[in-house]
Design a protein around this ligand. Structure first.
Ligand SMILES: Cc1cc2nc3c(=O)[nH]c(=O)nc-3n(C[C@H](O)[C@H](O)[C@H](O)COP(=O)(O)OP(=O)(O)OC[C@H]3O[C@@H](n4cnc5c(N)ncnc54)[C@H](O)[C@@H]3O)c2cc1C
Length: 407
């Protein structure tokens, strides 16, 4: 029987995980990536719960472990760098997870795992899409044309492929927060602890260690939807410098780094909420379909789980229509539970006044206390059980009968 041909747009996390499993199940896979090679930027992300199980099934868990950032926990500091609260990695409410990795390392591991079995087409992107009962017809920006059986958008929160498939429907839900990420020189104040600093005027700075001798910084601030709409995001440096002015702590150090940095990621924080994830032969996975926002810490997990389930359902259902329908049926409740933010988040963590900052630091101190950690550990232990990976929806096992055939 002829192999089903699948084109995936986006070579980050969701795209290569999907490609790995589709190839394992006998599909012929091409990934198109608009960048000239895989993009290795980004900060610390974690691979835990169901994502860790999928990584284990793919045979990359050890490589991820080996690239661990070495972060031992998070310290909540004040403007004098005095520690107000400590959340060690082993604690129940820690920001630091067991499998912390810099995003670029994870992207590289996934690329290495798939590159001999998947056709990668860099420096190109889909410019036109059409479909009928027989095939999907793809025109690339380079002018090249090819027919596929299925096309999957895995090109992130600002997915252009999603726009080609569904039109410019408003699916981005801004959460009132802006974030910038950059990699900076390590200084003597940096250690293996992440340091979280809350400043007045609704600002937060976070510095985290990596395994490359540099420090990963993020600059975060609240901004109303109205102001966000007017923001000239191309002018990112001056926006960030304005926000850093007078923030205290290590803000001046960060301002110097912003001025010299060539690679700053800056965007509004938001979620993607699409009413459907497929149309005919086209579908979406990962942030393109259901970005939960970095503040949930679950973007990578959803990308892993969504890609694994989408591939598994396409391989096990009688046709792609039923495959896409089952994927959505299984994934949507999980996505909705991840996207549900606690009331007041993110606003409560971003006080306007110095008094508000003191309250936030006091609450952090209380949360880090022994008694609260003990209570929280009771809940977090049951949550991490591998028996109940998707909170009531166990991760399906599609792999029986398939011996993963990537080395
Ligand atoms: C450079 C970068 C840095 C990031 N840094 C962080 C971070 O520090 N912290 C965090 O929580 N999350 C970060 N993210 C997002 C994080 O990777 C995702 O939230 C999550 O892992 C889900 O991944 P994804 O594969 O669905 O989407 P993404 O990781 O967003 O990947 C999308 C991929 O599609 C490519 N692409 C975009 N448009 C097109 C197109 N038209 N045609 C072809 N390819 C296209 C992009 O270059 C990228 O490789 C970053 C993403 C990128 C791209």
């Amino acid at each position: 029987m002829e192999k089903q041909k699948v084109l995936i747009s986006g070579a980050s996390i969701a795209g290569p995980v999907l490609a790995y499993w589709l190839h394992t199940y006998g599909f012929e896979v091409t990934i198109v990536e608009k960048a000239p090679s895989v993009r290795l930027g980004g900060q610390n992300i974690d691979v835990n719960g169901p994502a860790r199980k999928i990584a284990r099934l793919m045979g990359i868990e050890q490589a991820i472990q080996a690239a661990n950032t070495g972060e031992i926990g998070t310290q909540w500091v004040d403007k004098h760098n005095q520690v107000k609260a400590s959340f060690p990695r082993e604690g129940a409410s820690s920001l630091t997870q067991e499998l912390e990795i810099v995003r670029g390392d994870l992207v590289r591991i996934l690329y290495e795992k798939t590159r001999h079995h998947v056709a990668y087409r860099f420096n190109d992107q889909i410019s036109q899409l059409a479909q009928d009962d027989r095939k999907a017809y793809v025109t690339f920006a380079s002018g090249y044309r090819e027919e596929f059986d299925l096309v999957i958008a895995a090109d992130g929160i600002r997915s252009k492929t999603r726009n080609l498939i569904f039109g410019n429907k408003p699916v981005f839900h801004y959460l009132g927060l802006c974030t910038a990420y950059l990699t900076i020189d390590k200084s003597e104040t940096d250690s293996n602890w992440a340091r979280w600093y809350t400043a007045d005027d609704s600002r937060m700075l976070l510095l985290r260690p990596d395994n490359e001798g540099t420090t990963r910084a993020s600059i975060n601030f609240l901004l109303s939807e109205e102001e966000y709409e007017k923001l000239d995001r191309k002018n990112r440096k001056s926006i960030l410098l304005q926000r850093l002015a007078g923030a205290g702590w290590e803000a001046d150090r960060l301002a110097k780094e912003v001025e010299k940095s060539e690679d700053i990621y800056f965007d509004g924080v938001g979620q993607i909420k699409a009413s459907r994830w497929s149309v005919g032969r086209f579908a979406m996975v990962g942030d393109a379909a259901y970005c939960p926002a970095p503040i949930t810490g679950k973007g990578t997990t959803l990308a892993f789980v969504g890609a694994y389930i989408l591939a598994g359902e396409l391989a096990s259902q009688p046709n792609y229509k039923e495959g896409f329908a089952r994927y959505e049926q299984l994934m949507r409740p999980y996505v909705e539970s991840v996207q549900k933010l606690p009331p007041g988040i993110p606003r409560l963590a971003y006080p306007k006044t110095a008094f508000g900052v003191r309250i936030v630091n006091t609450v952090a101190g209380l949360m880090a206390s022994n008694i609260v950690q003990k209570i929280a550990s009771v809940f977090s232990n049951s949550d991490s059980s591998e028996q109940d990976l998707l909170k009531g929806h166990p991760l399906p096992d599609y792999t029986t009968g398939f011996i993963p055939n990537l080395g």
